[in-house]
Design a protein around this ligand. Sequence first.
Ligand SMILES: Cc1ncc(COP(=O)(O)O)c(C=O)c1O
Length: 440
Amino acid sequence: MSILTPPPETIAAREGYFGDFGGQYVPEALSGALSQLVDAWGDARNDPAFEAELDDLRRNYGGRPTPLYRAGRLSEEAGVEVWLKREDLAHTGSHKLNNVVGQALLTRRMGKPRVIAETGAGQHGVATATAAALFGLECTVYMGAEDCRRQRLNVVRMQLLGAEVVPVESGTRTLKDAINEAMRDWVTNVDSTHYLIGSAMGPHPFPTLVRELQKVISVESRQQFAAQAGGVPDAVIACVGGGSNAIGSFADWIEVDGVELIGIEAAGEGVGSGRSAATISEGRQAVLHGSRSIALVDDDGQVRPAHSVSAGLDYPGVGPEHAHLAASGRGTYLAATDEEALFGFRRTSELEGIIPALEPAHAVGWLLRHGRAHLGDGARVVLTMSGRGDKDVDEVVEVAGWDVGVDRAFGADTAAGGADVTVADPARQGEQGVAPGDAP
Ligand SMILES: Cc1ncc(COP(=O)(O)O)c(C=O)c1O
């Protein structure tokens, strides 16, 4: 028996495995709620009314289908043809609503009046608070105190939407700690509460459920690519935190030969630096947050802190299906550093007029720096722009030290139009940061 084989007591949940990864490693108190969720999802999938309501909400509330956009100037700089799947244009500004609307419908089917969620970047929290407002559910969102600081805009958005935001002060005060607190709440309030997990992770059925709800990204992009570009791309690229946008971006392509699936994790200060969140690149098999997958662990098997400039990727685990795609060789998992992400953030803004969230900026940064060498000149790629970057602007200015000239814009020149907001070149200022036009 391989050490990857699940222990006998979990064999019953075999359907929740992806190869050797997945399962249901939870306290007894939660197994009833997970079975209820499996049943609710099974019923809903066979109910045309559920599908019709989900489809209507996706279109008329959520703004789907999101466009597939050929990013000409980014393509020129990258040396490969870049098609952006514009999840940043979906309602609430990221892919997170795809999952949340489906789970909110299931919450209603299960007759539960309350949802809880964890959030890192705040995008899943905002999406959950949005769906809670829409369905009249009580909503509590757990968020690491460090993430509350760096994603303040989203904290205010959640509060405006009527959610209670609970800052979590334990551990590294980031996503992992928020999940721990949400799990505690769920165990205590399981009869009234659905834990609306925000990524393709956690105990079965969450990784499958979230994958199926996010699959709409790749179902659309496959049709759109065929219609707009013709044929299939050489690669589909997405950033990976817990893995929901990446698995949704990959799902409909998995069976398509010749399409490389590239997940980009956050390398923080570099793979091997001790300050990274590149779970698949650096991690080992472990059980974390209810399933067997890969996690960043120390020599004693304890989960070690992750680091990334982006709150949404700052997580020491990854969903089990990604662990399986990596182990089986179907997926390629690479990493981009904080600096590469900031470079991607800046160049997407300057070249395309799209300010990306820091999470997908990792994928863009990797593509600009390494895409041509990895894929070959002129390769065609679909890259999921999983969210917009409004939430990150303050943090980026602080971290990168960029002078955006706000004082000038609102100072003496205001009478002359006040639109004089320039992005100074930090290289010229001798500041640490990423200069526009840095060679890949
Ligand atoms: C815009 C955006 N992209 C990606 C992620 C990472 O999560 P996941 O790997 O589940 O897509 C987040 C997480 O908050 C996010 O806000």
